[in-house]
Design a protein around this ligand. Structure first.
Ligand SMILES: C[S@@+](CC[C@H](N)C(=O)[O-])C[C@H]1O[C@@H](n2cnc3c(N)ncnc32)[C@H](O)[C@@H]1O
Length: 309
């Protein structure tokens, strides 16, 4: 007989591309299959430490735990079905008898961190280390709603702080948890529009704006970049942390959304494809003046050429 305190660990190895796209999916996975099975109050994303050689980087993995008494064949099938939609060959393993990380390890993995003036503080952290001019963003730890730890999000937060001027109108395309949109509003943007193809992201982003007192300056809509003309355009700045295939396809649309001389920050591009991305952006008049590479991801930032293409 299985002791009552035995846990089953579910572990899904993610490709680097999947790892940047997980926020909304994790929210659904947790709500539909982890919480109802009495599992951990979070889904743990194991990010490999950046290594000196890209070859040494091991894939990130998503893990969660449920009491083994609730680990049924039907539950495993439902988990497998949910993750099958994420990637073509999901590497999903179940191991009986592994306990969740203890609370100290959890706190250590989700301790507050800072990107420039933006301090990312896990919700519930009672001892945030703060500086007087910090902009604190309180995010749900555990990856379920975007923790801000991904290299592309951090790069966008850094670039945003370099580009944003007070009162500007900003578009956050692929807003996910709303972290960039809410950061922009807290940093002084006059109006921010966030759009996302995942409905749950839009809801989470609205909540984030509300809980950070910037709901009056943030609007979130469920729609895909390029699907419709955006009545809020032109924008002074556009953030788009979306996979680079989407960015490349939508480069002319991004350019059309920007006011003359407006700035852009795009991320989600694998480092080895950055030259291709820079060239595609330039063909639409989006001239990158800075490309940062971090943890195999490139982030391009620049301005719309004054005379367009
Ligand atoms: C890597 S996440 C970025 C989330 C957040 N902006 C950040 O920086 O942490 C990419 C987001 O883009 C959304 N997305 C993907 N394709 C999109 C499209 N064509 N139009 C709008 N959103 C899209 C995904 O649903 C996901 O929430």
């Amino acid at each position: 007989m299985i002791p009552d305190d035995t846990y089953t660990e579910a572990r899904l190895t993610l490709s680097a591309a999947d790892a940047g796209e997980t926020d909304a999916r994790l929210a659904s996975l947790h709500a539909d299959l982890v919480a109802p099975a009495g599992g951990t109050p979070w889904v743990w994303i194991e990010q490999p430490a950046p290594a000196p050689s890209p070859r040494a980087i091991v894939s990130p993995a998503l893990c969660f735990w449920v009491p083994t008494r609730n680990d049924t064949a039907a539950w495993r099938d439902a988990v497998a079905e949910a993750v099958a939609a994420w990637s073509e060959a999901p590497d999903l393993r179940f191991t009986v008898g592994l306990r969740p990380p203890d609370a100290d390890a959890w706190r250590h993995a989700h301790r507050p961190f800072r990107v420039g003036r933006v301090a990312i503080v896990p919700t519930g952290d009672r001892h945030p280390s703060r500086r007087p001019d910090d902009i604190a963003l309180h995010l749900q730890p555990g990856g379920a709603f975007g923790t801000g730890r991904h290299a592309t999000t951090r790069a966008c937060l850094r670039a945003l702080q370099r580009r944003l001027a007070p009162g500007q109108r900003v578009l956050d395309a692929g807003c996910g948890s709303g972290i960039l949109a809410v950061a922009a509003a807290r940093l002084g943007a006059g109006a921010v529009l966030g759009i996302d193809i995942e409905e749950v992201s839009v809801e989470v982003a609205r909540d984030l704006a509300l809980s950070h007192d910037v709901a009056d300056r943030c609007t979130f809509r469920h729609e895909a970049l390029g699907d419709h003309a955006l009545p809020e355009a032109p924008f002074d700045g556009v953030l788009a942390n979306i996979e680079d295939d989407v960015i490349r396809a939508q480069a002319p649309h991004l350019a059309a959304l920007l006011a003359p001389g407006g700035w852009f920050v795009v991320s989600g591009c694998r480092s080895e494809r950055r030259d291709e991305l820079v060239a595609t952006l330039a063909a639409s008049g989006l001239i990158a003046d800075r490309v940062d590479a971090s943890f195999r991801w490139a982030t391009c930032a620049g301005r719309l050429a004054p005379d367009g293409v």
